[in-house]
Write a new protein. Sequence first.
Length: 312
Amino acid sequence: MTTETLSPRTPGKPRSTMPREVVRRRRYGGRVWHPSLGTGPLPRVLTLLALALMTVVWLVPFGWGVDTSFKTEVDASASGADWIPKAGFTLDAYRTIFGQGNLPVWAVNSVVIAVCVTAITVAISAMAAYAFSRTLFRGRRVLFAVTVASIMVPPQILIVPLFQQMLALNLVDTYAAVILPQVVAPAMVFILKKFFDGIPRELEEAARIDGAGSFRVFWSVVLPLSRPILAAVAIFVFINTWNNFLWPFISTSDPQLMTLPVGLSTVKDSTGLRNAQESAASILGSVPLLIVFMLFQRQIVKSVATTGLGGQ
């Protein structure tokens, strides 16, 4: 706990050793002070109300989707907003999806592809970012500018050339076709580079004095200090890869290679749009991510908070 006081000290007088929170309470008459919330209970109450409102705004559509997935198609397509269906709740939509689809295979494919893309992306982005941060070479600034500029290129523009490249390499309908085009993440290179710039160079110089080479310094010094940002990057890449629909849909037509979002979209009834089935498919696709968040919520919040990616 820091012992720095908030008020400027008088010249020649030692700085107070009271905890910062105690100084704040004494200075503001016992009221809790926060740099962004102000003084008194009103700002805190307003903040909690705003957070509660945002939570309701997110939970109501999710709850409606869960509710719709347990309805019959007649009740799901009926006009009005009845949370309790007239015909009662049913598992017909889930039975149809499990009966017509191949969920275990699609789930395994999604896990394999998401894990591989995450691991390769983090490794490539970390090495590229460290090279931009610590290595001096001709054209370094131009290459980094091109990397940053590529962030503004919409991924949809690259769909056709990437598919032609996969065709030329005979990789269509393979795991490689789904994985390799997704491992290039310029935004993650930029984020990691900015983090590496803030690591004191004295730590690396001390390792070099002990005889460590460049890769040894990167592996034993820089990466251990970068665990929060690496965790944040891994989480963002994993979620984006898991939810990616367009590229896996284009790069493969083999049902045995489909990911969960692509496979669930193929389970449709011959009568057309089925609201209950669509809701059930969406819930099944989001459940794995919810489980991951519940298991690693502490690491997720810590990684975002300590890397400045939460707007701090």
